[in-house]
Structure formats: structure tokens, C-alpha cells
Ligand binder design. Structure first.
Ligand SMILES: Cc1cc2nc3c(=O)[nH]c(=O)nc-3n(C[C@H](O)[C@H](O)[C@H](O)COP(=O)(O)OP(=O)(O)OC[C@H]3O[C@@H](n4cnc5c(N)ncnc54)[C@H](O)[C@@H]3O)c2cc1C
Length: 336
């Protein structure tokens, strides 16, 4: 039986990108996926005449009209063929009016709303739009994005200590913000409440409200979206995963679907192979695992093989359901 250089477990977008990188680098690569198709969370399902895309609605890093982003760069580097649809705004927020609201109007869909905003790409345009909707919010919005820029510089400093001499000590405001919530951060910047509601729209992706969610993490996400814009493959998530499947195979890699890794085989304290579907052994020098840490350390390894550091990390986490998504196929017009 052939010994691979690399076995990648899981053909979600992470595993697909990892396997494509290894195969393109000339390593003999095997990608294993328990399902019959690639994509993982980035997939779709059909009910009636509707096709639902459970996760990917917009991707950051596919490039604003005038520059390419990191995802598009990756596909260009791999030679993968994906046709992108670029969105003309970061998000649209529609807040229906409720009794007692004073500043309401009828929007183009004939609905009475208090806010109906297409928030544009670009920091200046975004801050101006927010100020138009909530006068007096321009300064705090601009300051939030300035902090976002410092945050990315801090990430850079952590990644490249040689390139950017210094440490997080050079970013005192970032250190001060650590562990504060979105609400605390934006209150401190003096952002009006209604502007915060618009600025914080992505909270629903995060699964926790602004009063609980980490300010730095949120700034990282919003900053990226506003800086880079968003898009989606024209043929939706499958276009991306199938393009990566082709990149891997064209580079000589193997992909086996319907192949669940049920155990990791150890030799001299190191992973040496995997068991697939409970009966087939495959050997490799290196492993990249795209499955969840809980599953990996609880199911794929014996308890005595789990490194102490991983055990600590697992025990430090609380796992809970934070988000429920409801898929609605709207069979009627908005008026109906
Ligand atoms: C509701 C929702 C909305 C989202 N919206 C967006 C969005 O708009 N934009 C965006 O960029 N991101 C969005 N995301 C996040 C994005 O979908 C995920 O971050 C991304 O798809 C995760 O990819 P992954 O490869 O890391 O993991 P996964 O997609 O989870 O892939 C893991 C793969 O490993 C396989 N696997 C696991 N264990 C084994 C095993 N033992 N053997 C073999 N195979 C195994 C699984 O079957 C799966 O295919 C959203 C997520 C959700 C849930």
C-alpha cells in the first residue's frame, strides 16, 4: 500500500484549500471526506423548487471591483476557475417600523420602515452613509475603522515580529479593548445607539448579541468586509468546492469520498496512518485534519494519546448551540 506524504481529513473549504496547496507543491496528497460531495458546510440542499445555501451568502476576499482579494488570489494561484458575482454593498438592513417610531418612511418595496440601508464598501463611504442615516455618527464610525486598521497592524506584528519590530506593547489601545464587548467598545467611542444597531448588523452571523460579543473580533470581521467588499461564486458554493476538487486531481492528488476517518493509527507516539470506515488502513508522513477538535480528540484518538495542551484547550471551551437558522422559500410577492 502506498504511503502518502500528506493525508487531509475533511473536504470542507479548509481541507480542500490545504490539499490543493500540498498537491500543487508536489506532495503526494490524499483528501478523505465522509460525505459523497466536497464543500462541508459550504454546500446546498433542495426543498421543493428552492435550493438553499446553508452557509455561504457572501465571501470576503473575492475582491472589490478595482482590486483582487485573498480568496480570488488563491484561486488565481491554483489556476482554479471560479466566476464571481460581486455584491454592490456590504449588507442591506431593513428595519420595519413599530408603533411609536417617529422617523419612519415607506421604502421602495412599499414597507413602512425606520431604517432601510445598503451599506457601501469602503470606509469613507460607509461612515458617510451611516452619518446620513444617523447624523452625528461619522466621527465614531471613522474612529472604529481606524482602530480596526491598528488591529490588523497588531495581527501583522504578531505574525511577523521581525518585519514589524516591537510587540503588542506598541498597540496600547488594542490591549485596552481586549475582552470588551461590541457595545462597550462602541459606547466608549460615543456611537449613537441607532448607529450601533446598523454598524452591528453582522452580530446575527456571530450568534451572540452586541452586549456579549467580543469587540475586537467583530471589528476584524466588519473591517474586512468594508475594506474588501463581498461576493459569491455565480454557481454558488459548489462551484468553489468543485473547482478545488479539480485543482487537486489535476496536480496528481487523490480524493476519496464516502471515506470517514474513524481512527488515527499511532507509531512511536506520532500519527502514522488512519483507518477509513472502520476497516481500511492508509499511511502517511503528515496529517492535516479539518474535523472539529472535539470529534478528533474524543473519537479518533485513544484518551492516553491526547496531548496535554489539547486536553486543556478542550476543557477550557464551553460548547453550546448559539445560532439557529431558518430557511424560508418565499412563494409570494412581498405585498402578499
Ligand atoms: C449558518 C452559517 C452561515 C455562514 N455564512 C457564511 C458566509 O456568508 N460567508 C462566509 O465566508 N462564511 C460563512 N459561514 C462559515 C463557513 O461556512 C465555514 O467557516 C466554512 O465553510 C467552514 O469550512 P471548513 O472546511 O473549516 O469546515 P467544514 O465545512 O465543517 O468541513 C469539515 C469537513 O470535514 C468532514 N469530516 C469531518 N470529520 C471527518 C472524518 N472523521 N472523516 C472524513 N471527513 C470528515 C466533514 O464532513 C466536512 O465536509 C457560515 C456558517 C454557517 C454555519
Amino acid at each position: 500500500m502506498k504511503t502518502y506524504d500528506v493525508v487531509v481529513i475533511g473536504a470542507g473549504n479548509g481541507g480542500l484549500a490545504a490539499a490543493a496547496t500540498c498537491a500543487k507543491a508536489g506532495l503526494s496528497t490524499l483528501l478523505l471526506e465522509r460525505h459523497n460531495i466536497p464543500g462541508g458546510s459550504a454546500s446546498s440542499f433542495v426543498r421543493g423548487r428552492f435550493e438553499f445555501e446553508p452557509s455561504l451568502h457572501e465571501l470576503c476576499g473575492v475582491g472589490a471591483p478595482d482590486k483582487t482579494g485573498s480568496v480570488e488570489d488563491m484561486f488565481n494561484r491554483f489556476g482554479g476557475d471560479v466566476d464571481w458575482f460581486i455584491h454592490d454593498s456590504t449588507f442591506r438592513l431593513v428595519v420595519p417600523a413599530k408603533e411609536g417610531d417617529t422617523d419612519t418612511f415607506i421604502n421602495e418595496d412599499g414597507i413602512e420602515v425606520t431604517v432601510d440601508a445598503r451599506m457601501p464598501v469602503g470606509f469613507e463611504a460607509f461612515a458617510k452613509k451611516l452619518d446620513e442615516l444617523v447624523p452625528g455618527s461619522y466621527e465614531s464610525c471613522t474612529e472604529a475603522f481606524r482602530l480596526g486598521g491598528r488591529l490588523f497592524a497588531a495581527y501583522d506584528a504578531l505574525d511577523n515580529p521581525k518585519k514589524l519590530p516591537g510587540s503588542l506593547k506598541d498597540f496600547p489601545n488594542i490591549m485596552r479593548m481586549v475582552s470588551h464587548t461590541m457595545k462597550e467598545g462602541l459606547d466608549a467611542l460615543g456611537m449613537p445607539k441607532k448607529a450601533q444597531d446598523i454598524f452591528n448588523t453582522y452580530w446575527c452571523y456571530m450568534g451572540s448579541p452586541a452586549s456579549q460579543f467580543d469587540f475586537l473580533y467583530y471589528l476584524t470581521v466588519l473591517y474586512s468586509y468594508v475594506q474588501n467588499g463581498t461576493g459569491i461564486p455565480k454557481l454558488r458554493s459548489h462551484e468553489m468546492s468543485l473547482a478545488l476538487d479539480k485543482v487537486i486531481r489535476d496536480a496528481g492528488g487523490d480524493i476519496w469520498y464516502n471515506s470517514e476517518v474513524t481512527k488515527v493509527l499511532m507509531k512511536n507516539g506520532k500519527p502514522a496512518g488512519v483507518i477509513i470506515n472502520g476497516n481500511k488502513e492508509v499511511f502517511s508522513k503528515y496529517f492535516i485534519c479539518n474535523s472539529s477538535p472535539n470529534k478528533v480528540w474524543n473519537d479518533l484518538f485513544e484518551a492516553k494519546e491526547v496531548p496535554e495542551k489539547q486536553l486543556k484547550m478542550l476543557n477550557a471551551r464551553k460548547t453550546a448551540c448559539a445560532l439557529t437558522t431558518v430557511y424560508l422559500g418565499m412563494n409570494k410577492t412581498i405585498e402578499e
